[in-house]
Structure formats: structure tokens, C-alpha cells
Ligand binder design. Structure first.
Ligand SMILES: Cc1cc2nc3c(=O)[nH]c(=O)nc-3n(C[C@H](O)[C@H](O)[C@H](O)COP(=O)(O)O)c2cc1C
Length: 186
């Protein structure tokens, strides 16, 4: 059974991207897939002088990326790019030199913002980074999710049918993408 990591690019407890990411597993039609969230909140700032003596939290993070068949990244846009915390996590995953955990690892990206065009610039930057990593990144559907708090119920479920369709389209395409580029032997 393929396992897909979900990595949220925000470390805020109240992250709207986390609210959206939490909905994704419930919209998957393929029952033969599992999900786990990959946390980046406690990672220190990457420094190559730590190579060979990594903090445990960084080793655990890298092992988690390596343990999944693909990664969905749900990220906000900060200052027309990705948040520093996400870039830092990607730097950790890309090291030590020659051991980039994203090389060959299928990825799918999306983002949520309260504006209609938000995260487009961030997603382009993220695509460039993942391309450099030689990660096959899903091209379509591009997903720039327009977040409205009143679309979600108290239990975190997404009530708006049109928005459910947008997320369902994205996550089911992401599962197919992972299955295509990281086939799992049974
Ligand atoms: C430092 C900072 C920079 C931001 N820059 C942008 C931006 O360039 N484009 C945008 O659409 N929103 C921007 N925002 C607003 C975010 O979209 C908004 O804070 C959103 O809630 C962040 O997602 P999160 O709640 O998942 O962290 C910025 C927010 C912060 C804190």
C-alpha cells in the first residue's frame, strides 16, 4: 500500500493550510493508500557544519521523507515565495550532499490563501526547488485554494461542495501521480 506524506509549509498552529491539508485524506477515492503528516516545526536552522552530527529531530524528519512513496506539500505564500520554515526543511532533506531525499520522490504541491491568486508565486518557487532536486512534480491540476473559514464545519470538515471538488480533484490526481512514479511492489 503506497504511503504518502503530507507536509504543511506553515508552522502556525492556526495555519489555514493545515486546515485544508487535514481534509485531503478524507477525499481520496482509492482505499489502497495511506497518509501521514510530516512535521517541520521543530527543525533548527540548517547548517552544513552539523553534517555528520545531526540533531535527532532532523534525522527523524529525513527518515520520514525517505519512508514515504511521495509527498504532498501544502504551503502558504510568504513575501511572494515559500515560508522560510519550508525552505529550511527542504534544505535538511537535501543533505548530506549526494543524499537528497527528494531525488526521484514524486511530489504534488498546492497552497491556500485568503486571496484568489495567493500562493501562485510561492508554488512557482517551490517547483523550481523540486526540479533542482530531480523530484517528479505533478503539473496539473494547479491548485490555488481560496480559503474561507466559514466553509469549514466545527469538526474541520469542508462543507462547500465546489471547494470539496477542487481538493478532491487535486488529491486524487496526486495519488495517481505517486502511483505512476513510485510504483510499490506487492
Ligand atoms: C510573513 C508573511 C508574508 C506573507 N506574504 C504573502 C504573500 O506574499 N502572498 C499572499 O497571498 N499572502 C501572504 N501572506 C498572508 C498569508 O497568505 C496568510 O497569513 C496565511 O494565513 C498564511 O497561511 P498559514 O495560515 O497556513 O500560515 C503573508 C503572511 C506572512 C505572515
Amino acid at each position: 500500500m503506497p504511503k504518502i506524506g503530507i507536509l504543511v509549509g506553515s508552522v502556525a498552529d492556526a495555519s489555514i493550510n493545515r486546515v485544508v491539508a487535514n481534509v485531503l485524506p478524507s477525499l481520496v477515492t482509492d482505499e489502497d493508500v495511506s497518509f501521514e503528516f510530516i512535521d517541520i516545526k521543530d527543525l533548527p536552522v540548517y547548517n552544513y557544519e552539523l553534517d555528520g552530527n545531526w540533531p535527532q529531530v532532523a534525522t527523524d524528519f529525513k527518515n520520514q521523507v525517505e519512508g514515504v512513496d511521495g509527498v504532498i506539500i501544502v504551503t502558504p505564500e510568504y513575501s511572494r515565495s515559500i515560508p522560510g520554515a519550508l525552505k529550511n526543511a527542504l534544505d535538511w532533506a537535501s543533505r548530506p550532499w549526494g543524499q537528497n531525499s527528494f531525488t526521484g520522490k514524486p511530489t504534488a504541491i498546492m497552497g491556500a490563501s485568503i486571496s484568489t491568486v495567493g500562493t501562485a508565486a510561492a508554488q512557482q518557487h517551490l517547483r523550481a526547488i523540486l526540479g533542482h532536486f530531480n523530484s517528479p512534480t505533478m503539473g496539473q491540476p494547479e491548485t490555488f485554494f481560496h480559503f474561507a473559514a466559514d466553509s469549514f464545519g466545527q469538526d474541520g470538515s469542508l462543507q462547500d461542495e465546489n471547494q470539496r471538488a477542487v481538493l478532491s480533484n487535486f488529491v486524487n490526481a496526486a495519488v495517481a501521480h505517486v502511483n505512476q512514479f513510485a510504483p510499490v511492489s506487492v
